[in-house]
Design a protein around this ligand. Structure first.
Ligand SMILES: [Zn+2]
Length: 302
């Protein structure tokens, strides 16, 4: 009997869908935001580490990033349905990182749009992302398959009724990062070009280009800034923090390679006080040094 009960318990545990417990926040007129956790992928958070947003237009909904799994995408759609029954008109994948597009499957039938580079990258490397994430996240990844963006986004504007949304094609975090600026509400969606109070992930970054892009973003007269990771802000603080962190990273890589330091010596250097309180600082800094240091060392050798 005990074994039957145990079997029943185990079966019910695994048939229940992972609950992301998504909390939707209205941040501006018909504009909604769901904040991901300031963490790395884990079984516990089910991969819920990136922000998603949506705008309800006059005749349809625009979704910005779909999370890291099919189940997340489904639960995001469920939250949207609590607010509106209008069709999902557009889904934007801001860039090719898996925490921003693996929920696409839940939006089958909508125009799923990305830059050409992002679309190609997803079709080439998408399955590898799934394999890696299934290993880390496991249970919450159940049923996740790649749904490649169905359209290449190249327009300067997306019209969503009164929401006139300017599309900016930028780069730095990856080779192609899409930024959306809603001229009606003044909300600027900068995707992973900004990580706010959460250290930046840099596996596909070009640090100098990224800093240049951030200086461009700083000039936009936005009312609210929605980053890819971290809370919404009505100030320039997130961009300033981001520039400061990237400059620090670039500088430490440059000076360390000139001095011929090893990776462990760099990691032992005390970080500036201004970055205190930034989530994931030690982990992401270490990942960045390991990733980027060889490039800086090669520059010295040339
Ligand atoms: Zn990213």
């Amino acid at each position: 009997m005990r074994y039957i009960l145990l079997l029943f318990f185990v079966t019910s545990l695994f048939s229940k869908e992972f609950d992301f417990n998504l909390k939707v926040k209205k941040i501006a007129s018909s504009t909604y935001f769901i904040e991901g956790k300031k963490e790395y992928f884990s079984q516990n958070n089910g991969g819920d580490i990136a922000n998603s947003s949506f705008i309800v237009g006059d005749d349809g909904v625009l979704v910005i990033d779909t999370g890291s799994s099919y189940i997340y995408g489904k639960q995001l759609l469920k939250e949207i349905r609590k607010i509106t029954n209008k069709p999902i008109k557009y889904v934007i994948n801001t860039h090719h990182h898996p925490d921003h597009f693996l929920g696409n499957q839940a939006f089958k039938g909508a125009a799923i749009m990305a830059s050409k580079y992002t679309k190609d990258y997803i079709s080439k490397n998408g399955d590898e992302y799934i394999t890696n994430l299934v290993n880390i996240i496991q249970y919450a990844m159940k049923g996740t398959e790649i749904l490649i963006p169905t359209k290449v986004l190249s327009a300067k504007y997306i019209n969503l009724g009164k929401h006139k949304i300017k599309v900016l094609y930028l780069n730095g975090h990856t080779k192609d990062d899409i930024v959306l600026y809603d001229e009606y509400t003044g909300v600027l969606f900068v995707s992973d070009l900004v990580f706010y109070n959460r250290a930046a992930a840099t596996p596909h970054a070009n640090i100098n280009q990224w800093i240049k892009t951030l200086n461009t973003l700083k000039e936009i007269p936005y009312k609210l800034l929605v980053s890819g990771h971290g809370e919404v802000s009505n100030s320039k603080k997130p961009i300033i923090q981001m520039i400061s962190y990237l400059k620090y990273l670039d500088n430490i890589l440059k000076t360390s390679s000139k001095k011929g330091l090893g990776i462990y010596e760099i990691l032992a250097i005390k970080k500036p006080k201004e970055f205190k309180g930034i989530f994931m600082l030690d982990e992401e800094f270490e990942r960045s040094i390991i990733n980027l240091y060889p490039t800086y060392e090669n520059r010295i050798l040339k």
